[in-house]
Each structure stands twice: as C-alpha cells, then as structure tokens.
Design a protein around this ligand. Sequence first.
Ligand code: KDG
Ligand code: MG
Length: 405
Amino acid sequence: MKIQEVKVFVSCPGRNFVTVKVITDEGVYGLGDATLNGREMAVVAYLEEHIIPCLLGRDPQQIEDIWQYLYKGAYWRKGPVTMAAIGGIDMALWDIKGKIAGLPVYQLLGGKSRESVMVYGHANGETIKETLDNLGKLIDQGFKAVRLQCAIPGLEGTYGTLGEKKDYYELQSDRPLPPEQLWSTSKYMNFIPELFEQARQQYGYAVQLVHDVHSRLTPIEAANLGKLLEPYKLLFLEDASPADNQDGYQIIRNHTTTPLAIGEVFNTVWDAKDLIVNQAIDYLRIASTHGGGITPLKKIANFADMFNVRMAPHGAPDLSPICHAAHAHLNIWAPNFGIQEFIGFGTEKLNSVFSHPLSFDNGYIRLQDKPGLGVEYHEEEAAKYKYKRSYLPVTRLEDGTLWFW
Ligand code: KDG
Ligand code: MG
C-alpha cells in the first residue's frame, strides 16, 4: 500500500478548520485535524510545501517511522506549526490503519480501559448569577463537572465571558485583526473566590468544579489563588501561570493543594517533562492535534501515568471533530485518563461538514464502534465555507502593558 495523494482542506463552518486527507493507492483514506487557531494558513503551507511531497509513495502503515521522519528528520523540531502539521498526518495514518484492520483506533492502542469518557462543560456569565444559572442548566443536562468563568467587575470583555457576540471566541470567525482586552490581576483575585463560594452554597459539593486562569498570574500569585480556592475543592485549576519555565510550578505546588492542570499550548513532551517528573501538576491538557498526533500522545500518557499525572485533553471548539474523535479513542484507552473538556457538538453548519461517532450521555461521551477514527468529512459542504482570517484577542494591563491572553 502506498500514499498516493494528500489533500489539505480549509473550511470555515463557523470557524476555520484545517483538515488533512491521506489517500492510498488502494482507495482507503484517512482524516486528520491540523487546525491551529489564528495561524491556520501557516500549517497549510507547512503541509503543502514541506511535508506532502515527502510522503507520496510511502507505506501509510509505517506510522512510527513516518512520525520520526517528519519530527527528527526535519532538523527543525517542535513548535505549534510543525506539530499541528505532523498531528494532522499522524491522525490520518491511524485512521487508515484502523480502516485496514476493521477496528476502532482505541483497539489498536490496547483496548478499552473504560466504557465512556467523563467530560466537563463550561458555564460562563457576565455576573455570578448568570454563571451559576448556567451551571444549574448543565447539571440538569447531566454534567458531573463544569468549568466556571465570570466577567470581572470593573473590567470589560474578560476571558471566558460571552462578550457582545454572546458565544465562544473559538466559534467566531470575524476577527480579521486581534481585538484587545484589559486585565487586572488584583480585580480578578479579589473577585474570583466569591464565584466559587456562591457556587458551593447554591449547588453543594456533588458537582466537580474547574476554573481556567488562562496563564494570567505569576507563580506566586497563582499559589495565592490556589490557596484561596482550597475550601471549594476544585477538580483542578487550569493554566494558573505560564510554564515556559517549568520550575515555576514548584512555587505553586509548594503552597497549595488545589490540583493543577496545564498543557493546551504544549507541543511535545519536553514542554511538560519536568512538570511530570517533579509531580508539579495533576492533569496534562495537551491536544492530539497540537502535540503531533496520536503516536506521541500515547507515549506521553504512559510517561505521565508513571508520575500520577492524568490526561485531560484540550477540547475547545477550535479543534475539529476529527481531533475530538482522536481524543475519545485515546481517552477510552488511556489507563490514566482524567477528564475531557467538552463544549457541545457544535452547530448544524459544523455537523454538515463533519459526521462523527460521538454522543453525549448524562455527563459522559460515548464512542460508536467504527473502523478507524469514525469521522467523515463532507467535501462539497466544506467547500461552501471559505477561510476567513480570524484572531484570538490580545490582552493588556490597565496601563497598556501587553499581557498573556
Ligand atoms: O485557541 C485557544 C482556545 O482554544 C483557548 O482559549 C480555550 O483555554 C481554552 C480552553 O481551556 O478551552
Ligand atoms: Mg484553557
């Protein structure tokens, strides 16, 4: 069997997605997600100019060798553009292998460790009341875990709130230049414990709660927040601080027992190696698309397991249903699976472009048994939705200093 052709599609059924289709000379094909929010066309160029010519004629079944060839063989290793491109190809190759074997990908990984995948939803709001009303709605739908984000009084358009568009940034496709938002650490720190105080008063401790700081605190500030939130027993605090310097997490760890999660911007195990070995985190959020595919994610999961770190893959709507399906297969298999972020199955438009094997059932995702990843990409529908340049926002402190979004 040989790789005959590799197609790259960019479609915007609500937001931009980069989809890879690896086609073999025997007619079997595989699909992968190579979407990198706000940098989509860089991945397309990397694939078309630098990867695809090297793949033609290769045996698609040699997944490990192709992965090593694209990673080690490139000399320029790592980075989000490279790893999203490799991730898209790698997923497509696992899809092909599953189709050839007539087995779902989780069977190729080693089989099931569980029947379904526990998820956490998102409750956002402009006020504590609105956020907690949304929490109540998710609990009614069966969610066992929910992330709470709320606008910070005195700041406009804070991350995690709905803003003027009243939907998620990740689902928006009309930001041809990055919008700017303001941030104040002190306003945030003085407010956020009250959100969790009221959540616990109103809903008790049966529901698991999560909060995403989006990398906006220094390690010692994050340590302080972790301590303030301890009474509310979070499942985890996400991206409490950037981990470009992995040692910084020791500062947070030394001061608080609030569990920590990080990893949605990680691309390789090297972004997390010290965090894992030093047991400075509890959940690793690296996504299959941005971490180079299923091949490295399996290894990272096994490595993390040795240090009691559980997998909690990024699940925002800027990952395509192909990546969400890849996560479902990994999550069903991984002995150290923790929880999956899940914000719903998207709009009618999105579902006209992708059909997937996932369903939501009382707080869990179920995966239908289909060969490969189980996703279909409807090219004619996809062609109706042209790429639109769109950025995530940029954040500044109130004095104008550029900050982490
Ligand atoms: O592209 C970035 C978004 O996916 C990110 O802002 C979402 O933080 C996020 C999350 O936890 O889903
Ligand atoms: Mg996040």
